[in-house]
Design a protein around this ligand. Structure first.
Ligand code: NAD
Length: 362
């Protein structure tokens, strides 16, 4: 072997080794130059196909460049519809290879909740930024592991709480900040819909089903964001009116929260009842939102006559544009992993309270 060839082999070996062990460093250099981030959706079910992928066509700061799926029959349909290159199609086994793909900057986990932690951690280990759908994970421990994996890999983590990007929701968050009507006294918050499906992960405990994680987090967010406080205790009661379908998980959950200021919240969530409202009563006034977790058209009013009805073209597009902007310009995420964790801490307490039939301190 001549000297030049030996040197070439040595050089490529060094590059290959450094690429394998430090993908973040190399990729962050390419990330900085990009104007638009490439997003890969993991899981091509309802939310990815009906909401996120169409919204990605409307975004300015990011675009759909990759898919990760366990359903080969979906691949040609998605490739044709969204012009996805063969080299940007992955399955659940080879997701790690995304680490070497410069077309993909963000891996968005849109799987059943039981898979959020595993796939978010694997995504973080590729050196790509991670977006993960709500509920963040199955436990506080899983949430903390996700946050750690993203920190260790120096990538950002955002949770898909689209409502926190909605100016109408931000309006009552502002009231919680400024308290123009005095201190918060009482909140009533409800989030639910009728789910007629009989064999879905939402009815399966191991996969992360149950109304509380799925819709209950909207009722919980309503109360937490309206007070700007974290609850200190919870009293919860679960029930089902369709035990043939909801025997592993709850169809309905009612939970009462106590906040440090003394404010109380009555929260309701269900897969059997359509509910979409939030009422916050302060010492000298109130804020009402109805709907407060809709994809479009959240609106409300305040006791001083203020109408809350900001126009919003597409909630998911705004969420992903803002999350991409946070990455491109190295700003904090609007909904970081720590916010998802705060909810899961309460969700765990809600389940503990419902199963023990007693007040649980958080
Ligand atoms: P879905 O059942 O329609 O899709 C789930 C996807 O995961 C499918 O592509 C399915 O093939 C895949 N999958 C992989 N392994 C699976 C397994 N073992 N069991 C079931 N599916 C499996 O669900 P969805 O409604 O798209 O929900 C996905 C995630 O998105 C959930 O976390 C959900 O809470 C969230 N979501 C968020 C919003 C929102 O407004 N932010 C709305 C809907 C759903």
């Amino acid at each position: 072997m001549n000297k030049k060839r030996r040197e070439f082999i040595q050089k490529t070996a060094i590059i290959a080794t450094s690429t394998a062990f430090t993908p973040n460093i190399i990729l962050s250099a390419t990330k900085a130059k990009k104007e638009k981030l490439g997003v890969a959706l993991v899981g091509l079910g309802y939310y990815s196909s009906q909401l996120l992928a169409p919204a990605l066509k409307l975004t300015k700061n990011c675009e759909l460049t990759g898919i990760v799926t366990g359903s080969p029959e979906k691949i040609p349909i998605w490739q044709e519809k969204y012009n996805i290159k063969d080299k940007n199609v992955y399955n659940y086994q080879n997701l790690e290879e995304i680490g070497n793909n410069p077309d993909i900057d963000v891996i968005y986990v849109v799987l059943p909740p039981s898979m959020h932690a595993e796939y978010s951690i694997r995504a973080a280990n590729t050196g790509k930024h991670v977006w993960c759908e709500k509920p963040m994970a199955m436990s506080v421990d899983e949430c903390e592991a996700m946050i750690k994996a993203c920190k260790d890999n120096k990538v950002k983590l955002a949770i898909g709480y689209r409502c926190q990007h909605d100016p109408n929701i931000q309006a009552y968050m502002k009231v919680a900040n400024k308290l123009p009507f005095g201190n918060t006294k009482m909140i009533s918050s409800a989030a639910g819909y009728f789910d007629g499906r009989t064999d879905h992960w939402k009815q399966n405990k191991k996969l992360g089903g149950g109304a509380m994680g799925d819709m209950g987090v909207y009722a919980l967010q309503g109360a937490r964001l309206a007070t700007g406080e974290e609850p200190i205790s919870v009293l919860a009661k679960s029930s089902t009116t369709r035990p043939n379908i909801y025997h592993e998980v709850e169809e309905t959950m009612m939970f009462q929260l106590e906040f440090p200021s003394g404010a109380l919240a009555a929260c309701h969530t269900s897969f059997g009842i359509r509910m979409n409202y939030l009422q916050v009563n302060y010492e000298k006034g109130w804020v009402k939102m109805e709907p407060h977790w809709a994809y479009s058209g959240n609106n409300g009013s305040m006791s001083d006559g203020t109408i809350i009805n900001y126009p919003l073209e597409n909630q998911q597009a705004k969420q992903m544009d803002e999350d991409a902007d946070s990455i491109l310009n190295n700003k904090p995420m609007i909904v970081p992993g720590e916010e998802g964790l705060r909810d899961i801490r309460v969700v765990e307490a809600v389940y503990r309270s419902a199963s023990r039939n007693c007040i649980v301190r958080i």
